[in-house]
Design a protein around this ligand. Structure first.
Ligand SMILES: NC(=O)C1=CN([C@@H]2O[C@H](COP(=O)(O)OP(=O)(O)OC[C@H]3O[C@@H](n4cnc5c(N)ncnc54)[C@H](OP(=O)(O)O)[C@@H]3O)[C@@H](O)[C@H]2O)C=CC1
Ligand SMILES: O=C(O)CCC(=O)C(=O)O
Length: 430
């Protein structure tokens, strides 16, 4: 099911078509080499600690029964409770969820927040189900995981295809099962039940901060910078709004059906209104021309932001990317092969575990507020998140310089190094 310890991949080998889990393990192996880590320790970190697969029988609105499969993979809890999103998307597999769980471990460690890494998911297209069906699916999935989640065990959050609504159902189901309200079992929940101000925009805000810091290193600001964004959901939509507000020119955005492009820049506030009134779809927006998702990735721009799925920039299209910076707002949008091509072409890749960490940072702040029963205003939440993001960004760039490695390997080295140190200090490994 999960591959054993992977071989380190080198640019001389063909890393095409390598699965997401092996891809993540490959970066782990590179970090382990940088850290001269013991092979036994690497073997421990290459495997998830716990893999849970559950069967979710659901009665559909038409009375038929459908049986779904859900997963929750807990990679490592050495630094604290497992933490990570819950994805509803047809592409969900155990292997994908395992890769995403491992990414969460390095992301939390890199940002210095006291969590381990986990991820969950169900292979469904949520658009094909009614809200009532989704509620039944979410509640059954949560009930099946009842012994594996909890505010000091494993804390789910939104990811692709889920939002505050699903988190509220999860929180309610967990609370009913244990007999009292437990808001801390999930983050990204509605503010009315203990959610944090700023969480909805947090991942996009963090993406904008990472890009701003990267531009600053080149002596530039966001003013007038040409941006292209794949995905207009929780992350891509928020990044578009915030980058537009900061003076960047958002040339193109997309959803699953394709993209829209305006050379002079899109009026993002007007587009947001259109999108909301158009069933949360971009198609047909009058002030722009249609482009495919494939075309969008190769448009001329300064910053390309893949904010949808993994494996979007591959060895097939990496040569055509026309940006100076690729900011990975999604998890794993650039394949291993593409990463090498972009690097050879001198394109800066801001790695996912740094770039999209604003979401989990504000999830952590939400959890802290909930545990202390004190809730902050949005300004404070944003300021705390920005502080952690900027600090992590500069640690990564300094590490890259010191070790003469890519920003990704530097980020992994910092995250993996922190987990390895904790493992060793806890005596879990001699
Ligand atoms: N939510 C969060 O806080 C965090 C999310 N992430 C990562 O960010 C990425 C996006 O997540 P999020 O914004 O929450 O998810 P959403 O479900 O809110 O949005 C996903 C967006 O991607 C679009 N999309 C889906 N499939 C495709 C496709 N094949 N090609 C192009 N676009 C597509 C969707 O279009 P449509 O609406 O038409 O389906 C939608 O616009 C994921 O990789 C996630 O893991 C990372 C950190 C935190
Ligand atoms: O907010 C969280 O806890 C998790 C966010 C997430 O799933 C991610 O960063 O990929």
């Amino acid at each position: 099911m999960i591959a054993p310890l992977p071989l380190p991949l080198r640019s001389s080998q063909s890393p095409a078509h390598i699965c997401p889990y092996d891809q993540t393990c490959s970066y782990l192996t590179q970090a382990a080499e940088e850290l001269q880590m013991d092979r036994g320790l690497l073997a421990i970190l290459s495997h998830p600690r716990k893999v849970v697969t559950v069967t979710i029988p659901v009665k559909l609105d038409n009375g038929e029964i459908e049986v779904l499969t859900g997963h929750r993979v807990q990679h490592c809890d050495v630094l604290g409770p497992y933490k990570g999103g819950t994805r509803y998307h047809p592409s969900v597999t155990l292997q994908e969820v395992s890769a995403l769980a491992m990414l969460m471990t390095w992301k939390c460690a890199l940002l210095g927040i006291p969590y381990g890494g986990a991820k969950g998911g169900i292979a469904i297209d949520p658009n094909q189900y009614s809200a009532n069906e989704l509620e039944r699916i979410t509640r059954r999935y949560t009930s099946e995981l009842i012994k594996d989640i909890g505010p000091s065990v494993d804390i789910p959050a939104p990811d692709i295809g889920t939002s505050a609504r699903e988190m509220a159902w999860m929180m309610d189901t967990y609370s009913m099962n244990v007999g009292h309200a437990v808001p801390g079992v999930v983050t990204g929940k509605p503010i009315s039940i203990g959610g944090s101000k700023g969480r909805e925009m947090a991942t996009g805000r963090g993406v904008a901060i990472a890009i701003r810091e990267a531009l600053a290193l080149q002596g530039k600001t966001l003013e007038g910078v040409r941006v292209v964004i794949q995905g207009f959901g929780n992350v891509g939509g928020a990044a578009a709004v915030l980058l537009h507000e900061a003076g960047a020119k958002v040339l193109a955005v997309s959803d699953v059906s394709g993209g829209i492009y305006a050379e002079k820049g899109l009026d993002i506030p007007a587009l947001k209104v259109y999108w909301a009134q158009n069933g949360r779809k971009l198609a047909g927006y009058p002030e722009a021309e249609a482009v495919s998702n494939a075309e969008l990735l190769t448009l001329p721009c300064d910053v390309l932001i893949p904010a949808a799925l993994e494996d979007q920039i591959t060895e097939e299209n990496a040569h055509q990317v026309q940006a100076q910076i690729v900011a990975e707002a999604a998890n794993g949008p650039v394949t291993l092969a593409a990463d090498l091509i972009l690097s050879d072409r001198g394109i800066t890749v801001l790695p996912d575990i740094l770039t999209n960490a604003g979401g989990v940072v504000v999830s952590y702040l939400e959890w802290v507020q909930g545990l202390s029963y004190v809730f902050w205003d949005e300004e404070r939440v944003n300021k705390e998140m920005e502080g952690l993001m900027v600090h992590a960004f500069h640690r990564v760039t300094e590490q890259a310089k010191m070790r003469q490695v890519s920003l990704r390997v530097a980020a992994y080295t910092l995250g993996v190094g922190r987990v390895a140190q904790a493992l060793s200090d806890r005596g879990l490994y001699p």
